[in-house]
Design a protein around this ligand. Structure first.
Ligand code: IPM
Ligand code: MG
Length: 369
């Protein structure tokens, strides 16, 4: 019996469906040429789900996501749904997936492909060789803390509240992922907080340090304030190996790190839950770039972040490290060959559409395999 690998595709909104179509091309290639079968299903999330079901994530889709070996998500959101009440906005669909699948560790690697050094807004010598892994806490902090809401005060003015909150266990489990990954990289973790201002940051720093001292003394641990980290990322990014940080700082710092690599269109991500007794982790893979409604449907989107997210899926959910590396090598070779989507376009390169980029990556798979 061939192993079954269940994969739920949630293309979502904006450029999500376009970039997901290019992943399907790679999945077809793996089935045809590598005899790797995926049991695919597709569902709706975000605005697409609101239009069909009146909710950004139907319960039936949530059940499917919980049962799948892995979920691939395109992007959610767009101006069409901006005026909806907060509780049913497209983004709530994504946040529900993260929360109910308990995907507390969000891995966002920012790597510069040599061919794209010139596409960064920073000088080549600053970004050359850049290889940072941001581990963002994803199911806690101010994104989910209670109390939250907007209330009207007796004088008619209003008050908006969100709560930054972390527990020992929430901090330790994400820090553990960061230390383990650092052990397989250059062995350095930088933990980022605002311990100079926030009690939750003091606790963050103490718990990360304690876990380090107890279990991971061989990893080098440093601490940095989040504002300083934002500055250091553009001043001297190659000082970082693994950065571990909370949900909100991780959201901001990962967009910043992505841009160092030339384009937000290049950055993949993996969101992982705890390993069960058999070692299986719930997992969701998505590009960091978002739905980009302004360019949706025009063939302008860069599918590489989505394809690199699928490479992470092959590696982390299906233990197909060789295929993951093959896909990453195919992306690198297409860039070396001079093909560029609009977001990474440079003088002298060939500007191509989403589909042509996806076809070129699939063709490169065939050549490299
Ligand atoms: C991200 C996005 C999401 C977030 C939005 C779409 C809810 O910005 O994945 O970085 O804030 O986490
Ligand atoms: Mg973000």
């Amino acid at each position: 019996m061939p192993e079954t690998r269940t994969l739920l595709l949630l293309p979502g909104d904006g450029i999500g469906p376009e970039v997901m179509a290019e992943v399907r091309r790679v999945i077809d290639w793996l089935a045809r040429r590598r005899n790797l079968e995926f049991d695919l299903s597709e569902g709706l999330v975000g605005g697409a789900a609101i239009d069909a079901h009146g909710t950004p994530l139907a319960d039936a889709t949530m059940v499917e996501a919980l049962a799948a070996d892995a979920v691939l998500l395109g992007a959610v959101g767009g101006p069409k749904w901006d005026d909806l009440p907060f509780a049913i906005k497209p983004e709530r669909g994504l946040l529900r997936l993260r929360k109910e699948m308990a995907l507390f560790a969000n891995l966002r690697p920012a790597m510069v492909f040599p061919a794209l050094i010139g596409a960064s807004t920073l000088r080549p010598e600053v970004v050359s060789g850049l290889d940072i892994l941001i581990v963002r806490e994803l199911t806690g902090g101010v994104y989910f803390g209670e109390p939250k809401g907007i209330e009207t005060l007796p004088d008619g003015s209003r008050r908006g509240v969100n709560t930054q909150v972390y527990t020992t266990e929430e901090i330790r489990r994400v820090a553990r992922v960061a230390f383990e990954l650092a052990g397989r990289r250059r062995g350095h973790v930088c933990s980022v907080d605002k311990a100079n201002v926030m009690e939750s940051g003091v606790l963050w720093r103490e718990e990360v340090q304690r876990l380090h001292d107890e279990v991971f003394p061989d990893v080098t641990l440093t601490h940095m304030y989040a504002d300083n980290c934002a500055m250091q990322l553009v001043r001297h990014p190659s000082q970082f190996d693994v950065i571990v940080t909370d949900n909100l700082f991780g959201d901001m710092l990962s967009d910043e790190a992505a841009m160092l690599t030339g384009s937000l269109g290049m950055l993949p991500s993996a969101s992982l839950g705890a390993a069960d007794a058999s070692g299986r982790r719930r997992a969701l893979y998505e590009p960091v770039h978002g739905s980009a409604p302004d360019i949706a449907g025009k063939g302008l989107a860069n599918p590489l972040a989505m394809l690199l997210s699928f490479a992470m899926c092959l590696r982390y959910s299906f233990a197909l490290a060789a295929e993951a590396e093959l896909l990453e090598a195919a992306v690198a070779s297409v860039l070396d060959g001079g093909l560029r989507t609009a977001d990474i376009m440079e003088n002298g390169k060939a500007r191509v559409s989403t589909r042509v980029m996806g076809e070129a990556v699939t063709a490169a798979l065939g050549k490299l395999a």
